[in-house]
Design a protein around this ligand. Structure first.
Ligand code: COA
Length: 150
């Protein structure tokens, strides 16, 4: 297993895995983020990948916001590789970079996603705010925040 920053050329493979992972979500048939967003994120934001035999099996992404914080917008692992610590490692290396920048970070998570919530809490996202209909009707989210480490 190998973890590193994504290459620009990998954006379509990343978008493909994202589409499959997103299908599991509530109202997951429609994916709001596609190839064009990934093309920009891999080059201009922080995108990390996990690879097994050169195949991308997991991704984490954060992008900067106008208030100087970072939004952690993506974390997913291929279903057949879950429960092995890959999601934790992808988040850990992303947060290492965020800590170097000395900025706050936040993310949104579906309230009925215990594996993701457990992972984020373990890594320091301890402020939790509930927002009803965040992404649309019944698409509620928790907004979890992690304060900068100085
Ligand atoms: C969330 C996700 C990225 C976790 O990836 P993973 O590689 O399985 O994660 P890890 O093996 O590092 O486990 C991380 C933590 O999740 C929790 N966890 C894992 N599987 C779990 C399960 N089935 N039920 C409850 N908690 C679970 C544990 O707390 C675990 O930490 P621990 O091993 O120290 O106890 C993965 O489930 C996924 O891709 N889900 C679909 C996409 C998604 O929901 N992304 C998050 C959107 S906000």
């Amino acid at each position: 297993m190998n973890f590193r920053k994504a290459k620009t050329s990998e954006f379509t493979a990343i978008a493909e895995l994202d589409r499959v992972a997103w299908l599991e979500s509530f109202k997951g048939a429609f994916i709001p983020d596609g190839e064009h967003a990934w093309r920009l994120w891999v080059e201009y934001a922080l995108t990390f990948v996990a690879l097994e035999n050169d195949k991308i099996i997991g991704v984490s992404l954060a992008f900067p916001c106008t208030d100087d914080s970072y939004a952690i917008h993506k974390l997913f692992v291929d279903k057949s590789y879950r429960g092995k610590g890959i999601g934790t490692e992808l988040m850990r290396i992303l947060l290492e970079e965020i800590d170097r920048l000395e900025v706050d970070s936040f993310l949104t998570v579906y309230p009925k996603n215990p594996p993701a919530i457990a992972l984020y809490t373990k890594l320091g996202f301890t402020d939790k705010k509930f927002e009803k209909d965040f992404y649309g009707q019944d698409e509620d989210r928790y907004i979890l925040t992690r304060r900068k480490r100085v």
